[in-house]
Design a protein around this ligand. Structure first.
Ligand code: HPA
Length: 322
């Protein structure tokens, strides 16, 4: 094996064999792949004829160690009639858990080899844009990936095979056709207009939440929401030739006070015998993120189901829409 294609050692044949052994034939050709973010694995609750294959049974898969994430690949049908076959990641891998980027994106490569052509990635995200309150679902139109720009790109290193292009354009990473379908789906579900917005996702490695200065920088750079996942899957989805849609649920506002407390002035006031007002520090917690995820999981579920149905009805096939 040549060094530049060392990834050929990825265990695709074994993973696909394990899936084929566990999943009935009518579910083995999923049309749409879905990735469930924090607190959003109930997305798979309504899937019919569901078969869950634990990640532990799948060569090449790690296990998700984050509270609120499960560790299984679900196969089944969405929608009325004979239904649309889908494959759902219940729990994803993040680099901050210690997973290598190649492992984070391996399930997307497996989905592509099962025949998936469309990928819907959901996540929980912090709100940077003041016009996007907690609970808003943001259809991602573009992303800023600081890790990609600074040496943590999932495509660094050997390529999966000689047929893969080396340099992938990402200017159209977020499919216009699928974003259109997302808004059509919201309309069909009669969601209020402000339930769904469009915006830019900033990927950070985590697991720390942002400082105020970092949040301010990302906001000033044009990001509307920030999260610790998703972009690796988008990049590899694009490399594998998939149409990709990202839906971010705003679970918390990133703490960005308009100004800093002036400690110098506070000390001077204190020394001058003037009372200094008590200030409560605001922080973000994973519990808050999970709680909001649970609360909004129903809306996200209906939306994703409707999007899948509209895809199956041909709404994403308009070639000129990308
Ligand atoms: N920052 C980064 N990632 C997140 C946040 C946040 O505020 N909320 C949920 N995921």
């Amino acid at each position: 094996m040549s060094a530049e294609h060392a990834h050929q050692s990825l265990p695709f044949a074994d993973t696909l064999a394990a899936i084929k052994a566990a999943v009935p034939g009518n579910l083995l050709k999923p049309q749409v792949g879905i990735v469930c973010g924090s607190g959003l694995h109930t997305l798979a609750a309504d899937i019919r004829n569901k078969v869950e294959v634990p990640y532990s049974a799948l060569p090449g898969f790690g296990s998700s160690t984050v509270p609120g994430h499960k560790s299984a690949l679900a196969f089944g049908l969405i929608g009325p009639g004979s239904g649309v076959p889908v494959v759902v990641m219940l729990g994803r891998f993040h680099p901050y858990e210690g997973h290598k980027l190649s492992a984070v994106v391996y399930p997307i490569r497996v989905m592509a080899r099962l025949g998936v052509r469309r990928l819907i990635v959901t996540n929980a995200a912090g709100g940077l844009n003041k016009d996007l309150p907690v609970g808003t679902i943001v259809v991602i139109r573009d992303h800023i990936a600081l890790p990609n720009l600074t040496g943590m790109n999932p495509l660094l290193g050997p390529q999966v095979g000689p047929e893969y292009p080396r340099f992938i354009p990402l200017s159209s990473a977020h499919s216009v056709a699928l974003r259109r379908v997302a808004f059509l789906a919201a309309h069909k579900l009669q969601l209020p207009s402000d339930a769904l917005a469009e915006g830019v996702y900033a990927w950070v490695s985590g697991p720390t939440y942002e400082t105020a200065a970092e949040g301010r920088m990302l906001r000033n750079a044009g990001a509307d929401v920030v999260g610790m996942s998703t972009v690796p899957e988008v990049v590899v989805g694009k490399e594998e030739g998939l149409q990709v849609l990202v839906l971010s649920l705003v679970t918390n506002a990133v703490v960005i006070p308009d100004g800093y407390r002036d400690i110098k002035a506070e000390v001077e006031a204190e020394l001058a015998g003037k009372p200094v007002a008590h200030v409560d520090e605001v922080t973000v917690s994973h519990e808050e993120v999970l709680e909001k995820g649970k609360e909004k999981a129903e809306v996200m579920k209906s939306l994703v189901e409707m999007i899948v149905e509209l895809i199956a009805a041909g709404e994403a096939n308009v070639a000129s829409r990308g």
